[in-house]
Design a protein around this ligand. Structure first.
Ligand code: SF4
Length: 432
């Protein structure tokens, strides 16, 4: 089978329908300036669950019988453990349960006219929609129920952090719209979009659906097509030097959260700065923010409701600064210049903590028990406190501890000192 992770992506994938429909210029910006994105462990984990489910459907098997103990996906080795199998299993069980429900009600045979169909991992293109950009996506599961005049598109979500709703879900609606356009079911069938998300808590449980009549689905398909037309126009007119292009085609908002160009997008920056009411028009003067006491309750509410956007904006700026510095460019402000410094991790005992009490007892003449601070953990800080209490120079612990470098952190080297002083910006440190 074609590995889930190896499938080609079109310019417009159903998973990006939400932000693409909000921001017409997003695709143009991504096509021209997006940094290449590397996969994440979480994404690879989700892919593994999909591959287990697909194997079950193809082999009429159960997740427990999946023959591999691990899968190599996008550079990650994903163990096929109970959690992966259970996630896939919920999806497989749901599909089988739906088929059973239908057959019990309709009393149809295996392949009569009214028999249901199921397609696992079918790719749809929406060819008859006449879309001006290549749009395509692979739906995890598609069920067609002739007697119910219903097509159901099912999306398995492996994530546990972001709860995905079925109601109004543009990704799911895109799959359904492309599928119907490709003739998987007659045009007058209703569309049911179902999300199966076993690992995230939801009041409706791990499976939820939305149902659209054919008319509702057609109305949404028109909105969708209009958005694709807008995106194509933005792509055709793309001019990275034109503020007018950005103003006409970019629209920042909550949908910027996972945008791959968020770090370089002017519209997102402008919106975040406007929300903060920051006055950055003169880059040689310090920025200022209004005092919250001077804001109305509505303004306070507005700022707070955009917390995610502002936080993301700062994170993206920090990532972009690191990228620029790594390329040899300067990132400076009137206060100084930003540089990357080795980021130190927590202090750890060299060779493990087991022998530390005996070694320190030998060195200080204190009993070994003085360093067995149970139930508190035997940390360098706890030992230093003990030594301080006993009036022994605490720096003797330094011979026994290591502080590994765990990455790089951005810091401001301020201008005024003769010897560069390093002052990590606290705002950024919190975002780490
Ligand atoms: S960051 Fe926001 S405004 Fe900018 S391209 Fe992405 S979605 Fe559009």
């Amino acid at each position: 089978m074609e590995a889930h992770s190896e499938r080609e992506h079109s310019i417009w994938s159903p998973s990006s329908s939400g932000p693409n429909m909000e921001c017409a210029g997003r695709i143009a910006l991504i096509e021209h300036v997006a940094p290449k994105r590397s996969s994440s462990f979480a994404a690879a984990w989700g892919t593994a669950a999909h591959e287990v489910a697909e194997w079950c459907f193809k082999n009429n098997g159960e997740p427990e019988s999946f023959p591999f103990s691990a899968l190599d996906i996008d550079g990650f080795k994903i163990p096929i453990d109970d959690e992966v199998r259970e996630t896939a299993g919920e999806f497989v069980s749901y599909v089988r349960q739906r088929l059973r429900e239908y057959r019990d009600e309709i009393k149809c045979g295996e392949d009569g006219e009214a028999s249901p169909s199921f397609f696992s991992e079918r790719k749809y293109y929406g060819g008859k929609l006449g879309l001006p950009l290549p749009v395509a996506g692979t739906a995890d599961g598609t069920l067609v129920f002739p007697a119910w005049e219903l097509v159901e598109v099912i999306d398995l979500k492996g994530g546990e952090g972001v709860v995905v709703e079925a109601a109004g879900n543009r990704q799911a609606r895109t799959y359904g719209t492309l599928a119907k356009s490709d003739g998987v079911a007659p045009a007058h069938y209703s569309l049911q979009n179902t999300i199966v998300q076993p690992r995230a808590p939801h009041t409706e449980g791990s499976v939820r659906s939305e149902r659209l009549t054919a008319d509702e689905q057609n109305a949404w398909a028109r909105e969708f097509k209009a958005a694709v037309v807008r995106a194509k126009r933005a792509l055709d007119e793309f001019d990275p030097t034109s503020a007018e292009w950005a103003q006409r085609h970019l629209k920042a908002g909550k949908h910027c959260k996972f945008c791959p160009v968020a770090g370089v997008c002017r519209a997102q920056a402008d919106k975040a700065l406007a929300i903060a009411q920051t006055r950055f028009e003169d880059l040689d003067r310090p920025a200022s923010l209004p005092s919250p006491a001077a804001l109305s309750p509505a303004e306070i509410g507005y700022v707070l409701s955009n917390e995610a956007l502002l936080t993301q904006f700062l994170k993206d700026c920090k990532a972009r600064a690191a990228e620029l510095i790594n390329k040899g460019e300067r990132v400076a402000s009137p206060d100084g210049e930003f540089k990357l410094f080795p980021k130190k991790g927590n202090r750890t005992w060299i060779g493990g903590k087991e022998n530390i009490p005996a070694l320190l007892a030998m060195e200080t003449g204190l009993p070994r028990d003085a360093f067995l601070s149970a139930p508190a953990p035997l940390t360098p800080a706890a030992v230093e406190k003990t030594l301080k209490r006993k009036k022994i120079a605490a720096d003797i612990v330094s011979a026994y501890i290591d502080r590994p470098v765990t990455g790089k952190e951005l810091a401001l080297v301020v201008n005024r000192a003769e010897e560069p002083a390093k002052a990590t910006i606290e705002l950024f440190a919190d975002l780490g």
